[in-house]
Design a protein around this ligand. Structure first.
Ligand code: ZN
Length: 243
C-alpha cells in the first residue's frame, strides 16, 4: 500500500487540537505518522498528549520544550510565562515520561526524509528558520531531498534548486524531482501565523504531493483547560488569535 504520511508537531499539550488533527488524518487515509516535536509546553494536557503520541508509536524528534521540561535546565533566561509552564509541566509528568522526552533524538531519517524540530543546521541548538539565509544553512546540512520541521509554528516551504533557495507560501504541491525541500508543517496546538486553526501536513509518497491541512477545533475548550490549570492567561488568549 502506498504510504501517506501525516507530519505533525508543536502539539504543545493541546489535546483538543491533537484529537481533531488525528481524526482528520484518519479520514484523509493517512497510513503513517511522523512527529516534529514539542509534544509538551504551553498547554494544559502534556500527559494526555504524550500518551497518544507514544501509543501511535511513530518517530518523534526532540523539540526545545521537550528538552527544557526533561533536562535540569536553569530557567532564569526564560520569559516568566515560559518558565512557569516548564515548571508546571515537569510536575504533571511521570519519571518514565520525562525519561522518554529526554531520550528523544534530534533528527530521524526515514524513507529519504529527515524529520527535525528546528533546522538540520546544528539541530541541538534549536535555531529558527524564517528567511532564505537560515534556510541555506539548513540545506547545507540536509542530507535527504525532503525534510520536515516545525519550531516557528508558521507553515512554510523552502526550496533549493540550481537557481538558489526560495521561500514558497504554504500550498498544496507536487514536489518536482532534482530539488531539495525543507517544509515547515506549522503547529497543531499553538499556530502563530495569524490563523488559529490547527495545522499539519500530509505527504503522499507515490504522488510526491504535500497537502497543508488547517482545521477548526474547540479552542474554547483548550482555553478553559489552561485557565483551570492556573497557567498564564496569555497562553489561553493567544490560541484564539493564532499568535
Ligand atoms: Zn514549539
Amino acid at each position: 500500500m502506498a504510504k501517506r504520511f501525516a507530519i505533525l508537531g508543536d502539539i504543545h499539550a493541546n489535546i483538543d487540537a491533537l484529537v481533531t488533527v488525528l481524526e482528520d488524518a484518519q479520514a484523509q487515509g493517512v497510513t503513517d505518522y511522523l512527529c516534529t516535536g514539542d509534544v509538551v509546553g504551553y498547554g494544559a494536557c502534556p500527559h494526555e498528549c504524550m500518551e497518544i503520541i507514544r501509543e501511535i508509536g511513530c518517530p518523534v524528534v526532540k523539540g526545545n520544550h521537550d528538552h527544557y521540561v526533561s533536562s535540569v535546565q536553569n530557567l532564569s533566561d526564560f520569559n516568566p510565562n515560559a518558565a512557569a509552564v516548564v515548571e508546571w509541566t515537569r510536575g504533571q509528568l511521570t519519571e518514565d515520561e520525562l525519561a522518554w522526552l529526554h531520550d528523544l533524538p534530534y533528527q530521524v531519517v526515514t524513507m529519504g526524509m529527515t524529520i527535525v524540530h528546528s533546522t538540520n543546521d546544528r539541530p541541538e541548538t534549536f535555531g529558527y528558520v524564517f528567511d532564505n539565509l537560515q534556510a541555506e544553512a539548513n540545506f547545507i546540512n540536509q542530507k535527504t531531498p525532503l525534510s520536515f520541521h516545525g519550531h516557528t509554528h508558521c507553515p512554510m516551504i523552502y526550496e533549493q534548486s540550481m537557481n538558489g533557495v526560495f521561500r514558497i507560501d504554504p500550498q498544496d504541491m507536487k514536489l518536482p524531482p532534482g530539488r531539495k525541500y525543507f517544509i515547515n508543517v506549522g503547529s497543531v496546538g499553538q499556530p502563530r501565523d495569524g490563523d488559529p486553526r490547527a495545522a499539519y501536513v500530509i505527504y503522499d509518497v507515490a504522488t510526491r504531493t504535500v497537502t497543508f491541512r488547517r482545521l477548526d477545533y474547540d479552542i474554547a475548550s483548550a482555553q478553559a483547560r489552561i485557565r483551570y490549570a492556573g497557567l498564564p492567561e496569555r497562553l489561553a488568549e493567544r490560541l484564539q488569535y493564532g499568535q
